[in-house]
Design a protein around this ligand. Structure first.
Ligand code: SF4
Ligand code: SF4
Length: 322
């Protein structure tokens, strides 16, 4: 079973459009399993109209919780928290401040902890789960609890099983949920003897991209002829190079800015990277998306022909490196 990851240096390059088309084309040749590794904004499901079969909770990082019954209000937790996540009790009413004395600057006060109501408590949004307060509390009034950070799903699509996930708002994307989604997809792919695990990677270059790229046999980097096109491509390339994953490039909407497209092609030529396809701009892509279809299943026009060419080049390259 081979693993192909689709990446881009930034969002909005048409990565998901390309992934959906490849899913359609690949599934005509052998069974495939899909993994949407963009857990911050999973949108492969918008094109593939999946039917959810399973739904599971995902517990991410930890959050500190103060037990008000045990807390002796010593204030150490507020002092050690570097994220100002500990809310201190409201102070009792104070007499009005006296005017500044000679040598004092008006309005300058020491850094204060955040003030909440009643008792010491932790703001779960601000808490980074570092556990400093947990270790420093003299009366063990603080416990660390796993936080429900998102959900992951196993679904069915007309092209094969799809694993995808949603990370809740304000939850940090450390790549753990991406790894989980990929692991589940990989297990099923091995179980059913799938020929391909197709991973729609997250945009950018952070931990989630590293998780999405790990173990891939081949990467397709989707880029656009924008001002930052070469820079974004360079960033994506540095990630896959780091893991030794061979990569091909696909320029989406290449005809919108032919000069920039030539710049990208020259950049690829200098580094010996094949440009597997140049997809023209066409509103047919949006029309297909509105119908909930990959563009290759919707039209046989120029966009679909170029995507078929991309798929053929990926297959040929994969056979060479296998
Ligand atoms: S360190 Fe412990 S006892 Fe002190 S204020 Fe914080 S929770 Fe309360
Ligand atoms: S776990 Fe860390 S971030 Fe959270 S309240 Fe305690 S010290 Fe602050």
């Amino acid at each position: 079973m081979r693993q192909l990851v689709i990446l881009s240096g930034k969002g909005g390059t048409g990565k998901t459009t390309v992934t959906a088309a490849l899913a359609h084309l690949a599934s005509q040749e052998f069974p495939i399993v899909l993994a949407d590794a963009d857990v911050d904004a999973a949108n492969l499901e918008l094109v593939l109209s999946p039917t959810k079969l399973e739904e599971h909770d995902f517990y991410g990082g930890q959050v500190a919780i103060i037990d008000p019954e045990k807390c002796i209000a010593c204030g150490i937790c507020a002092e050690v928290c570097r994220f100002e996540a500990v809310m201190t009790p409201s102070p009792s009413p104070q007499p009005p401040p006296s005017p500044p004395r000679a040598g004092e600057r008006e309005g300058v006060t020491p850094q204060a902890a955040r003030v909440g109501e009643g008792v010491y408590h932790v703001d779960p949004i601000a808490c980074e789960g570092c556990a400093s307060c947990f270790y420093q509390c003299p009366v063990e009034a603080i416990r660390m609890e796993e936080q429900l950070a998102g959900r992951w799903f196993r679904s069915d699509t007309r092209f094969g099983p799809l694993f995808h996930a949603h990370l809740f708002a304000a939850q940090e994307n450390s790549g753990k949920l991406v790894t989980l989604v990929k692991q589940q997809a990989r297990l099923l792919a091995l179980d059913i003897g799938a020929g391909l695990l197709l991973v729609d990677g997250p945009p950018g270059i952070g931990c989630p991209v590293i998780s999405a790229s790990a173990g891939a046999d081949l990467a397709l980097l989707v880029t656009e002829p924008t001002v930052s096109g070469v820079h974004d491509l360079e960033r994506a390339l540095s990630t896959v190079n780091h893991f030794g994953v061979p990569a091909l490039v696909c320029i989406n909407k290449y005809d919108v800015n032919p000069d920039r497209s030539r710049e990208i092609a020259a950049f690829c030529a200098e580094r010996g990277i094949e440009v597997a396809g140049k997809i023209p701009f066409d509103t047919v892509v949006t029309e297909a998306m509105v119908q909930g279809l990959p563009v290759t299943a919707f039209s046989n026009g120029a966009v679909s022909r170029e995507l078929r060419r991309v798929w053929a080049r990926l297959r040929a390259t994969d056979r060479e490196i296998e």
